[in-house]
Design a protein around this ligand. Structure first.
Ligand code: BES
Ligand code: MN
Ligand code: ZN
Length: 493
């Protein structure tokens, strides 16, 4: 896919097709752009025939419309003008891609982004146009050898009025970099667990670092032992794949600026360990590294944009498998912080690898630390697949993340971290247990992490319900790279 911004000169514009939105009042959407009167009246007369309602999901192709050099016009229904919101707009962009794939076209001129959406401006419209096109045209077919459809790519010209040219170009650049980060996050998630191992994630981090001038460290078992990460190593014990502890540093901000730290859960396969999971849908536990993948995707995006900020990524990565050497229920681990943990369920392993990463983060004197993890099935029960769970020990940070989620349409919903829940983690034999019972399972997981994040402003995103889709559309979503990127950008102004 290629996107270019063009200043309004529609009468001269050439391409295979022009895409326009139509409201259900049959009003055409082209804002202030210079569409000729003959073009507009011709389309209006066709719409009077009633074959296209302008409702969301409706569409119509017109040929050889006068007053314009483009031979085809694709009309896309936008529904009620007053009710057009971000979600409906993105659905219209998706419908456009669906139609374009069935047509014999390569170069596209679009006016769809001129639609007026509540609380949005042209920059937002362009960003979400590009995001939706990239999302709709993503596929993971690398490992198919038959029935592999050839991927259709388009050259898309987004027309804007002259005075919006600069803003639109910046928006397009940002959206394309974001899409590339999201694409990487999706692909890492979708890769099978026999390919996407801790070692593989380490190599990917090195690649990103090389491309964008970042410092990358991939610590091995011995170095992790030296750091005394007893909790992380406990989980890694049951696997033949060596664990890795990955640290990425993008240091393009002022020297005095404290870094934003992103910590991603990188369990490349979660069988549950000795507390083994049931077989049904267990394949989906290849997605248990989506937190790590979202950190790598965000680094790809900030690298492409060459943002002048200091961001550090920390990824503890290993497998959680049953084995003769594996962690057992009842085992007590000593974490890097010195706190001891009684492991009552080896399937609550995410918090065990994250707690040591949170302790490691202290050495960087962070501005904030945000961890991202497919942490609990309970979060999926609480919030479903629409919002990520958000926990924080700092109200300002929580608010900033909420609004970043709102703008990027990658929302998170704040959950309580009250002291009341902490006693569910009491253990008779260690400082704490690694589980807190069925009640409030997502909350007690966050409470566990909070005990290792007392020295800085911290937030936790439980992405168990949002990182991937199940069923026929099974695949990683690339969330919450949009939210994280938006948060980092918001810290720059
Ligand atoms: N990776 C899982 C969480 C998960 C499960 C995410 C299903 C998405 C779908 C995590 O490691 C886990 O197994 N959590 C347990 C915790 C429990 C043992 C306290 C869970 O949620 O069942
Ligand atoms: Mn687990
Ligand atoms: Zn897990």
């Amino acid at each position: 896919m290629k996107f270019s911004i063009k200043s309004d000169q529609l009468d001269k514009q050439r391409s295979d097709v022009l895409v326009m939105g139509v409201y259900d009042s049959l009003k055409l959407c082209y804002d202030k752009l210079s569409l000729s009167a003959s073009t507009i009246s011709h389309i209006a007369s066709i719409l009077k025939h009633g074959d296209m309602s302008g409702k969301a999901g409706s569409s119509l192709i017109l040929y050889n419309v006068p007053g314009i050099k483009i031979p085809k016009i694709l009309l896309i229904g936008l529904g009620k003008e007053k009710e057009l919101d971000g979600k409906k707009y993105r659905a219209a962009v998706r419908a456009m891609i669906h139609e374009l794939k069935r047509m014999d076209v390569k170069t596209i001129t679009s006016l769809l982004q001129t639609a007026s959406i509540k609380e949005a401006d042209i920059a937002w419209n362009i960003e979400h146009f590009i995001s939706e096109v990239m999302d709709a045209s993503y596929e993971f077919a690398e490992l198919k050898t038959v029935n592999r459809k050839t991927k259709k790519t388009f050259d898309i010209f987004l027309i804007v009025d002259k005075k919006s040219q600069k803003i639109a170009e910046a928006a397009s650049k940002k959206a394309f970099a974001l899409a590339k980060g999201i694409e990487l996050t999706k692909t890492l998630g979708n890769l099978p667990p026999n390919i996407c191992t801790p070692t593989y994630l380490g190599k990917k981090a090195q690649e990103i670092g090389k491309e964008h001038g970042m410092k990358i460290e991939v610590l091995d078992q011995k170095q992790i032992e030296k750091l005394k990460m007893g909790s992380f190593l406990g989980v890694a014990k049951g696997s033949r794949q060596p664990p890795k502890f990955i640290v990425l540093q993008h240091s393009k901000g002022k020297k005095t600026q404290k870094p934003i730290i992103l910590v991603g859960k990188g369990i490349t396969f979660d069988a549950g360990g000795i507390s083994i999971k049931p077989a049904g849908d267990m394949d989906e536990m290849k997605y248990d590294m989506c937190g790590a993948a979202s950190v790598l995707g965000t680094f790809k995006t900030i690298g492409l944009l060459n943002l002048s900020v200091n961001v550090i990524g920390i990824i503890p990565t290993c497998e959680n498998l049953p084995d003769g050497l594996a962690l057992k229920p009842g085992d007590i681990l000593t974490s890097m912080s010195g706190q001891t943990i009684e492991v009552l369920n080896t399937d609550a392993e995410g918090r065990l690898i994250l707690c040591d990463a949170l302790t490691y983060a202290e050495r960087f004197n962070p501005d904030v630390v945000i961890d991202i993890a497919t942490l609990t099935g309970a979060c999926v029960i609480a919030l479903g697949h629409h919002a990520s769970g958000l926990y924080s020990n700092d109200d300002r940070l929580a608010k900033d993340l909420e609004s970043a989620g709102q703008i990027s349409m990658d929302r998170a919903w704040r959950m309580p971290l009250w002291e009341d829940y902490q006693s569910q983690l009491d253990s008779n034999f260690a400082d704490m247990a690694n589980i807190g019972g069925r009640a409030g399972g997502s909350i007690t997981a966050a409470c566990f992490l909070s005990r290792f994040a007392k020295k800085y402003k911290w937030a936790h995103l439980d992405i168990a319900g949002t990182a991937w889709k199940s069923g026929k559309a099974k695949g990683a979503t690339g969330r919450p790279v949009g939210l994280l990127t938006q948060y980092i950008l918001s810290k720059m102004n």
